[in-house]
Design a protein around this ligand. Sequence first.
Ligand code: SF4
Ligand code: SF4
Length: 431
Amino acid sequence: MGLKRLFSGGVHPDGRKALAPPSPVRAVEAPALVAVPLRQHIGPPCGPLVRAGDRVRRGQKLGDGEGLCVPVHAPVSGVVRGVETRPHPALGTCEAIVIENDFLDLALPPAEASAAPSDLARAVREAGVAGMGGAAFSTAVKITSSAGAAKTLIVNACECEPYVNADNALVCEHAELVLQGARRIAAAVGANELVAAVENDKPRAAAALRRAAALADARVAVLPARYPQGSEKQLIRAVTGREAGYGRLPRDVGCAVFNAATCAAVERAAHGEPLTERIVTVSGRGVRRPGNFRARIGTPVSALIDAAGGMAENTARVVAGGPMMGFALDSLDAPVTKGLNAVLCLTADECSDAEGDVCIRCGKCAAACPMRLLPLEFWRGERFADAKALAHFHVCDCIECGCCAYVCPAKLPLVRSIRAAKRIVKECDLP
Ligand code: SF4
Ligand code: SF4
């Protein structure tokens, strides 16, 4: 399939994918204590459905709520110790259900499954599937809101952040599962075109997708590796040539984009299996045996690092997610969540603490911005708390990809400033 159009801007950071090759995926033993956060999605947190002393089985629902809330399930069998405030990889802290593992791995039987496309969103919601590429939006809501509007369904296997190789590992081993899930979503939303998109620095994943594509009536688009190729709007443009501009959603241009791991989780959900584990890349020069690990949700990051041979003394920073969009971790007790694709132990030469505070108005950030925004105006607007200017320059359309900060010669902490700028706009409630 030919490329429609490259997106504008973007950067070419060193991919460093070879540090954690896609296979073999190693299993991390379930720990003695798991902490399952009640919020692993965008939206209101779950309310607990269990209390201290309750016996639970693997797959049992632990928490649920309304609207955009996505339920959470027990990743092990055991006894509930309580609902506790625990570290969270993206939120700092969060209420979590803590379970003492009995190591029996007693599982609930899979929920009754229906193959009807109209039942898919309900099954996906009951299985607790949220976007696994990082956004963690309710997959059931995405399916429902795309129905009737999305004619092209794109499987996102680009995984463009440096170091991160979890989806690559999944696709190399389970491309059929990914495309079966995608085919199921396509039927549910009424899409008549299914495209699997992968970057050209993942030849094994591309080959696996090509083999599986024939069975799923899909096409494979191999795109040039370029950050942030895996971002929804940039991917839609590269695959279809369509432009979802400011304030527009993928469905407004007839598309829906689902991450590869999410598609696999949807296929499992359609067979009544809740989301209780995922693949996580553990990488960086600060870890001794980098790789990709299958871990239960709720497993502490420290257990993943141990499984990867432990952390070197010269580790300067541990990051949850990729180096461009991830969060520096305060605590290695933070658990694996549905959206956690990587844990990076970075040495001083892999990450810089240098931080300037004067913009020299060189314009490099604007040239690198894939959303065609003016990050230098966000920096200025945030410093003066100028909500009107921030809204005028569309700060809320920023996808927080970090390209501007990556190229900024003044080393301004632009993404942090942009996140603060978005809060200023939201709090002002402008017309
Ligand atoms: S790249 Fe940095 S220094 Fe240059 S204009 Fe943008 S914010 Fe200012
Ligand atoms: S973080 Fe936002 S402003 Fe900066 S390059 Fe990405 S989209 Fe543009």
